[in-house]
Ligand binder design. Structure first.
Ligand code: NAD
Length: 369
């Protein structure tokens, strides 16, 4: 029986994970589900955002379903104890180097996008972000002298950007293979995003990606500077197919791509290791501003559970059922506040979960027009 470690985390994390678990249960699959605290919730109990017991559970599981972590009240903690460090720790310990963020615009939501409907109608792009290298895993000098997470009296602080050749090679292979798979064997296109005109690390990135491309002659490769990519994503997003980039640029561009789809509340993500074991989570954070108010959109988390069933647990049919249930619910006009435009019935987190469960179990979805 497949084992899933469920880590709800903080803020809206617990609310959205609850709905994803209801959806998984409705599918009646043979899954063993165990929950553990992470982030601020774990810090409160164990004094650390990623306690040994949580890490052990995640490492022993076939897949991890993660909510979100963080709250501004932890901003004063030293960096190593802040909730967000749990995500970095999990990525590192589980060897999760490839982050997949599909930006897919549901036809029913083209009006919720901040762009004109014709720019996003039919949008289906995949952002692949390298997750375990780059400036986020460099050596911040300030860490040695920080007091309460800040640097009183300091004159400077810096972080170090670096990538090794094997790190770039493996993510480039992932991107070229994904482009091939998405195009149904026709090749597809990879846009490698860098800042080679200014940063040595990204000239190296560009050279290595070009070298790996020689093994995928059927896939088109283009290189684009990150500033141009940020612009093209809002000018003509459908020109992209697969975008591959480093950790920091990917962090920023995938949030930008999220808005093309209507709301960050719609965007699932997968972070995979070399054997397709993965951590699945919504692309958004813990949204402390709306936490505990039944306002959060649970669909990104529910769609992350679908990605988990497809990529790691080999239950593609069950994943299809979830994705088509989400489509049915949107077609029926149900919307959480963040995607309200074009809807007929505004619902909260739990009612959206109810509707997806009902669509899965083929009960009628109640709408009022
Ligand atoms: P956020 O993604 O939590 O929220 C940004 C905005 O989007 C907010 O207005 C929020 O209300 C809204 N939003 C987010 N998810 C939503 C949903 N499902 N439904 C409806 N609206 C939603 O980003 P932030 O405000 O910059 O960060 C809040 C906390 O989350 C911080 O502590 C940050 O470090 C943390 N964070 C965690 C993760 C993670 O756990 N993977 C990722 C990003 C940020």
């Amino acid at each position: 029986m497949a084992k899933i470690a469920v880590l709800p985390g903080d803020g809206i994390g617990t609310e959205i994970i609850e709905q994803a678990l209801r959806v998984l249960r409705a599918l009646e699959l043979p899954l063993e589900i165990e929950t553990a605290p992470v982030g601020g919730a774990a810090y409160e109990v164990h004094g650390h955002p990623l306690p040994e017991s949580t890490l052990r559970l995640a490492m022993a599981a076939d897949a991890v379903l993660f909510g979100a972590v963080g709250d501004w009240k932890y901003d004063k903690l030293e960096r190593a104890l802040r909730p967000e460090q749990a995500i970095l720790g999990l990525r590192k310990h589980l060897g999760l180097f490839a982050n997949f963020r599909p930006a897919l615009c549901y036809g029913q939501l083209t009006h919720a996008s901040s762009l004109k409907p014709e720019l996003v109608d039919g949008l289906d792009i995949l952002i692949i972000r390298e997750l375990t290298g780059d400036i986020y895993f460099g050596q911040p000098r300030g860490r040695r002298t920080a007091v309460d997470g800040h640097f009183p009296g300091a004159e400077e602080a810096f972080d170090t950007m670096r990538y090794s050749k094997p790190e770039i090679e493996r993510i480039a292979h992932v991107a070229f293979r994904a482009a091939r798979q998405r195009s149904g064997g026709k090749g597809g296109k990879v846009t490698s995003v860098d800042k080679a005109n200014v940063l040595e690390t990204f000239q190296f990135w560009k050279d290595v990606v070009t070298e790996v491309h020689a093994q995928y002659p059927d896939v088109e490769l283009e290189h684009m500077y990150v500033d141009n990519a940020a612009m093209q994503l809002v000018r003509a997003p459908k020109k992209f197919d697969v975008v591959v980039t480093g950790n920091m640029f990917g962090d920023i561009l995938s949030d930008e791509a999220a808005m093309l789809t209507g709301s960050i509340g719609m965007l699932p993500s997968a972070s995979l290791d070399a054997n397709n074991k993965g951590l699945y989570e919504p692309s958004h954070g813990s949204a402390p501003d709306i936490a505990g108010r039944d306002l959060a959109n649970p669909l990104a988390t529910i769609l992350s559970a679908a990605m988990m069933l497809r990529f790691t647990l080999q239950h593609a049919e069950a994943a299809d059922r979830i994705e088509s249930a989400v489509g049915d619910v949107l077609s029926a006009g149900l919307r959480t506040a963040d995607i309200w435009s074009g809807g007929t019935t505004q619902v909260g987190t739990r009612a959206m979960g109810d509707a997806v469960v009902a669509a899965i179990t083929k009960k009628s979805i109640r709408t009022k027009s």
